[in-house]
Design a protein around this ligand. Structure first.
Ligand SMILES: Nc1ncnc2c1ncn2[C@@H]1O[C@H](COP(=O)(O)OP(=O)(O)OP(=O)(O)O)[C@@H](O)[C@H]1O
Ligand SMILES: [Mg+2]
Length: 359
């Protein structure tokens, strides 16, 4: 393909992107980058990247770290301020682009765009409000529900055929509400997390076995594990719940028989999560659940991690909200990238040893 073709691709990228030398001098910038720093590409050439951003922007240190680690670095949720503008929370990616490691690609992704990709960082407060509601729901609904169900069963005994069908319906619907209450209550479970070294491949295998024995019997599972992956720092039961919820969603997104779910793990040393007022967390463990189903409905993508968001007739919309709550409790991150025919849920978690060393 021609240079012109790549130039067009480069300029069409919606994310501000720069190519810089290992010393930080700009050698390329795309149209989104020109717009971000309000400077033409020609004027940026050979200038140092830090000239365009305020001192406290994390860009310089990220570049230095990539050079030092000789690899790629991703930082989530950092403040990036162009000189003369207010800071915007962004994710930044830095990676070498040539084999002799003299040039790096720097991509800045404002989290406004990240939200379109659906990340679970922002909905912790929603999870908390559901948690408070859960206890109330469980107490206030269970008893009257048992009464309704019992009364309907009594009525059914002496009823005509039509009436007994209606009574059965009351019992069925009451059972459904009961299940919802169970799930909401489970969501509100506030037991503290017990971080232990967890072999994530064991957890994935267990989730997979459960799926194959039930809702996922027709689905082809495709496993791509990095065998050298160290243990995750986490709670095995909670993580099992996470992957069961993700596999169930993936299975439910399949129509017909050609459903494939891929489970992939890898180690990415450069991924860090920066949360305001907290220590930077290394998140090298990457676990992806990829399905070839219908994709997340476009109008839902920005809110699928919120509680009670569901496109399913009998869905509670609590599955992903619980995933997000558990992963946040682990100090990790979950992202969803979805289009028709390919949905990828990517989870990043801390490794066991690293976390120990940090203490
Ligand atoms: N793998 C996927 N492919 C397509 N859409 C998905 C996928 N995972 C989640 N979704 C979408 O996100 C919504 C929310 O998922 P979530 O698991 O929170 O609730 P649910 O599956 O609808 O209900 P429940 O988990 O209680 O059965 C789903 O209704 C669906 O629209
Ligand atoms: Mg679900």
């Amino acid at each position: 393909m021609s240079d012109k073709y790549y130039e067009n691709v480069w300029d069409a990228l919606p994310f501000p992107s720069f190519v810089v030398t290992s010393l930080g001098e700009i050698t390329q910038a795309n149209a989104a980058a020109e717009q971000l720093v309000s400077t033409s590409y020609k004027q940026m050439l050979t200038k140092h990247i830090s000239q365009f951003f305020t001192d406290n922007s994390i860009i310089n240190s990220t570049l230095k770290q990539a050079v030092k680690d000789d690899g790629s670095v991703t930082q989530y949720n950092v403040d990036i301020a162009v000189i003369g503008q207010s800071a915007a929370v962004s994710n930044i990616y830095v990676s070498f682009i040539n084999p002799n490691r003299t040039e790096l690609l720097l991509v800045i992704q404002p989290t406004g765009i990240a939200q379109k990709m659906s990340q679970s960082l922002t909905n912790l407060s929603a999870a908390r409000s559901v948690t408070a509601m859960a206890a109330m729901l469980a107490h206030e609904i269970r008893n009257p529900l048992a009464g309704i169900s019992g009364a309907a069963q009594l009525l059914a005994m002496n009823a005509t055929k039509d009436d007994s069908e209606l009574a059965d319906m009351i019992v069925q619907e009451a059972t459904r509400i009961g299940k919802l209450v169970d799930r909401v209550e489970h969501f509100g479970d506030q037991r503290p997390m017990h971080a232990m070294p967890v072999n994530i491949h064991d957890i994935l295998d267990r989730a997979q076995r459960a799926a194959k024995a039930g809702y996922g019997a027709d689905i082809l599972f495709n496993v791509d594990y990095d065998p050298s992956l160290p243990n995750v720092s986490g709670d095995a039961d909670q993580l099992l719940q996470v992957f069961q919820n993700l596999l169930k969603n993936a299975a439910e997104a399949m129509d017909g028989k050609h459903g494939t779910i891929k489970l992939r793990t890898s180690y990415n040393s450069g991924v860090k999560l920066v949360m305001q007022g907290k220590n930077t967390q290394n998140l090298p463990m990457k676990i992806e659940i990829i399905d070839n189903g219908c994709g997340v409905p476009e109008n839902l993508i920005s809110e699928i991690f919120d509680p009670f968001v569901s496109s399913k007739t009998n869905g509670t919309g609590l599955g992903l909200s619980l995933v997000s709550k558990i992963i946040a409790g682990h100090g990790g991150l979950v992202e969803c990238n979805s289009e028709q025919g390919r949905t990828n849920f990517c989870i990043r978690l801390p490794a066991w040893r690293e976390k120990k060393e940090a203490h």
